[in-house]
Design a protein around this ligand. Structure first.
Ligand code: MN
Length: 203
């Protein structure tokens, strides 16, 4: 099996009270595990594709055998997106960006608060299930964008450095229909040091 579920870098309860223990546990052991299992299933009869990186598969979904395109898009995207999501959260958040990311955010959005508002508004207004992202585009400019379902920004040639899962499974147990409250809470647990590292790796 080419893909497996990694443990979280913190305990399921570590992000309380912002994200509750049971949500984290189900999200990781059921939802994320499901994407991994189904991605492996899609690739099981394609040994040559098992050797490619997940980024490569997602960047070229349309070149894959037609039968597995949807599965790789949904479950490969799901695995990629969640792997990033867990890493950009921490119980020890420094609350604000630092270093080059801070510099680039201010350059692009004027202030951190203006960036935060724009990102949150984008996340609040996604219809149905999806993600909101801070990415680098092809010119290495920061952009805020959303993707539906488990589509990954990587499919569009973007490089995500921060992402927020806005599927109901990410918040419904604790926040029910109150997606804006979940989004607001999430800002308390962002791992800005990891975001900075993600950014520097792309330079
Ligand atoms: Mn999710």
């Amino acid at each position: 099996m080419p893909y497996s579920l990694s443990s979280l870098p913190y305990s399921y309860g570590a992000l309380e009270p912002y994200i509750d223990t049971l949500t984290m546990e189900i999200h990781h052991t059921k939802h994320h595990q499901g994407y991994v299992t189904n991605l492996n299933k899609a690739l099981e009869n394609h040994p040559s594709l098992q050797k490619k990186s997940l980024e490569e598969l997602l960047q070229n979904v349309e070149a894959l055998p037609e039968k597995i395109q949807i599965a790789v898009r949904n479950h490969g995207g799901g695995h990629y997106n969640h792997s990033l999501f867990w890493k950009v959260m921490t119980p020890k958040s420094i609350q604000k960006p630092k270093g080059l990311v801070e510099e680039q955010i201010v350059k692009k959005f004027d202030t951190f608060n203006a960036f935060k508002d724009k990102f949150s508004t984008t996340a609040k207004t996604v219809f149905g299930s999806g993600w909101t992202w801070l990415c680098l585009d092809k010119n290495s400019d920061l952009i805020i964008t959303s993707t539906p379902n488990q589509d990954s920004p990587v499919m569009q040639g973007l490089q995500p450095i921060l992402g927020l899962d806005i599927w109901e499974h990410a918040y419904y147990l604790n926040y029910q229909n109150r997606r804006p409250d979940y989004i607001e809470a999430w800002w308390h647990v962002i791992n800005w040091e990891q975001v900075e590292e993600n950014y520097r790796k792309l330079l």
